[in-house]
Design a protein around this ligand. Structure first.
Ligand SMILES: NC(=O)c1ccc[n+]([C@@H]2O[C@H](COP(=O)([O-])OP(=O)(O)OC[C@H]3O[C@@H](n4cnc5c(N)ncnc54)[C@H](OP(=O)(O)O)[C@@H]3O)[C@@H](O)[C@H]2O)c1
Length: 292
């Protein structure tokens, strides 16, 4: 990896592929640190400094976009054939640049189902869902690319504008109870801040190519929903047992309940010393509530 631990400075130029929830948060934050950041989107301009990129069309970014780029962050999921959209279209272009660092947002789905046990980066991925096999293939494609890549495995992402509060407000909430089932989560601000922390830390980057970013307290979905209803001062509807509702759930909703694991952040938070802003869902949801 070429000089992976370089600090950020106002000469750092980021291309952020995918200006969705995490990508836009990252872009806005990195700009406040004096770096420049261009973001991709598939259609209308979501960001004043965006360019068009859609791996399913023939639109490719103008050559000028790549001038002076030092850092890349890809926030785009695998395409429908399981390929990585950025690498499929732009691998040679990226390889021709003098990049200091490439980040790829992946998912903890690659670990599969551990029946509630903890998983860490030293565990072999064991994907269960088809989409997680695709994801693991994309991780491998990035590693094989020879670019100075670092992979961040993320559990369920939430933050202001995308949380249980919106689900309650939009009547999309389903209060389902499944015994011993837990989920891990991460607040969008911690994804950005952890990555920036790693980019600023000269010693932490070069030895770790895969890092989980998760909070300290995996817990059941129902605890989270109950906490939101309490903050709203509303009564939570009576929970439905998973076994009673299973057949009525969409395949994607069913798949959500098929995996049970606790994602360890000890590499990030103990070995590498990152301090979470939102250590657990309660602190994170209070932040979402303050902006709801
Ligand atoms: N959401 C979660 O809970 C979660 C959990 C773990 C991991 N992840 C993964 O982490 C990454 C970031 O998640 P997120 O929730 O912040 O993502 P998001 O809001 O869904 O944004 C995804 C971005 O990818 C772009 N995109 C999708 N397909 C594309 C294609 N074929 N060509 C070009 N652009 C394409 C979208 O473009 P448009 O803006 O034009 O639509 C969007 O900007 C994703 O890879 C996601 O799968 C998400």
């Amino acid at each position: 990896m070429k000089n992976p631990a370089s600090s950020l400075n106002n000469k750092s130029k980021f291309l952020i592929f995918g200006c969705g929830f995490s990508g836009s948060y990252f872009a806005n934050t990195i700009r406040k640190l004096g770096c420049s950041a261009l973001t991709s989107s598939r259609s209308e301009k979501k960001d004043p400094e965006s360019f068009l990129f859609d791996s399913e069309s023939e639109i490719v970014p103008n050559k000028k976009i790549f001038d002076g780029v030092t850092h890349i962050l890809s926030c785009i999921p695998p395409d429908k054939n399981g390929n990585d959209p950025v690498l499929r279209k732009l691998k040679n272009k990226l390889k021709s640049l003098s990049l200091e660092w490439v980040g790829y947002l992946s998912t903890t789905g690659v670990y599969g189902n551990t029946e509630g046990d903890w998983v860490s980066e030293s565990d072999q991925p064991n994907p269960f869902q088809k989409r997680s096999h695709k994801r693991l293939n994309c991780e491998k494609e990035w590693i094989k690319s020879g670019l100075p890549v670092q992979i961040f495995r993320l559990p369920g992402i939430y933050g202001p504008g995308r949380s249980t509060f919106e689900a309650i407000k939009n009547k999309k909430i389903r209060v389902i109870c499944k015994k011993n089932q837990v989920f891990s989560r991460i607040h969008v601000a911690d994804i950005t801040n952890a990555i920036i922390y790693l980019l600023q830390n000269r010693n932490s980057l070069k030895f770790y190519q895969v890092i989980n970013i998760a909070d300290d307290e995996p817990c059941s979905q129902i605890e989270v929903i109950q906490y939101c209803y309490d903050l709203l001062g509303l009564t939570m509807p009576k929970p439905i047992l998973f076994e009673d509702v299973r057949e009525k759930l969409s395949p994607i909703a069913q798949s959500f309940w098929m995996e049970n694991r606790r994602v360890s952040n000890s590499l990030l938070c103990e070995t590498l010393g990152y301090k979470l802003i939102y250590k657990n869902y309660k602190i994170g949801l209070r932040n979402c509530y303050s902006k709801f």
